[in-house]
Design a protein around this ligand. Structure first.
Ligand code: DC
Length: 238
């Protein structure tokens, strides 16, 4: 099947695509681009953990009060809304897209995401979003836990230095005092806590395809994933 024909088939007969990997591997950019090419919905699960973290900060709920954190997740209305300028994250009707990227939220989100019952609340929401297929979902446990039946599973990686450099370019000048070294330290710390937590740690699913993005252009990564989607369609058609 020719590439463009296969893409049209993928638009008509939908599949789910799971993209996991550590912070800074390029997941969100790549997932957004793949979703755009396929006409699918992009679901940024990290943004959902970030929204709950923002609410916990505002309400002064500490990391060790796990029941309160879970109750907070249960009563929070989180929506990912398609917008001409990209996806917006709405929390109880408020647009928190920018606020959930603050350094304060970033430094606390791993602890909040480590609460098992809170994860169950968000995972149920994520599964509901993918029920009708046609979703590209990125996170840490999508291929292993949220959507183990996803037709395409990808695990994106990149070296700590490359990931810190990418982040550095994004924030340069905006956050005085932040150095490349401090970013590398923060990334290593977050990798450790995401990989070592008990519930749904960051781990490559056995059937996920690993792509090291350190030396790849973003378009190459997207093309590789689209090729996997076409292959999956071919396999199903046989
Ligand atoms: O992808 P991100 O940096 O926005 O994710 C924020 C945090 O949420 C990160 O520390 C890992 C956690 N997370 C998770 O535990 N499971 C997911 N499916 C997505 C994110």
């Amino acid at each position: 099947m020719k590439g463009s024909t296969a893409l049209n088939h993928l638009k008509a007969s939908k599949i789910n695509v799971a993209i996991d990997g550590p912070a800074g591997a390029g997941k969100s950019t790549v997932a957004r681009m793949v979703a755009e090419r396929l006409g699918y919905v992009y679901v940024d699960t990290g943004a959902m953990y970030r929204a709950v973290t923002l609410k916990a900060l505002r309400e002064g709920v500490p990391d060790d009060e796990r029941e309160r954190l879970t109750a907070l997740a249960e009563k929070t209305d989180i929506r990912l809304v398609v917008h001409p300028d990209g996806q917006r994250v709405m929390m109880d009707g408020e647009d928190v897209t920018e606020q959930i990227r603050s350094a304060e939220v970033t430094s606390r989100v791993s602890a909040v995401a480590a609460v098992p019952a809170l994860r169950s609340v968000l995972v149920a929401l994520q599964r509901a979003m993918a029920e009708d297929k046609g979703v590209v979902m990125d996170g840490r446990d999508i291929g292993t836990n949220v959507l183990p039946q996803a037709e395409v599973k990808v695990f994106l990686t990149a070296s700590v230095r490359v990931r810190a450099e990418r982040r550095w370019k994004e924030i340069k000048g905006k956050q005085p005092g932040v150095t490349l070294e401090s970013l590398m330290d923060a990334i290593e710390k977050r990798d450790r806590s995401d990989s070592e937590r008990e519930t749904s740690p960051l781990r490559r699913a056995d059937d996920a395809v690993e792509i090291d993005t350190s030396n790849l252009h973003i378009d190459e990564v997207v093309d590789r994933i689209l090729a996997l989607c076409r292959t999956s369609l071919g396999g199903r058609a046989r």
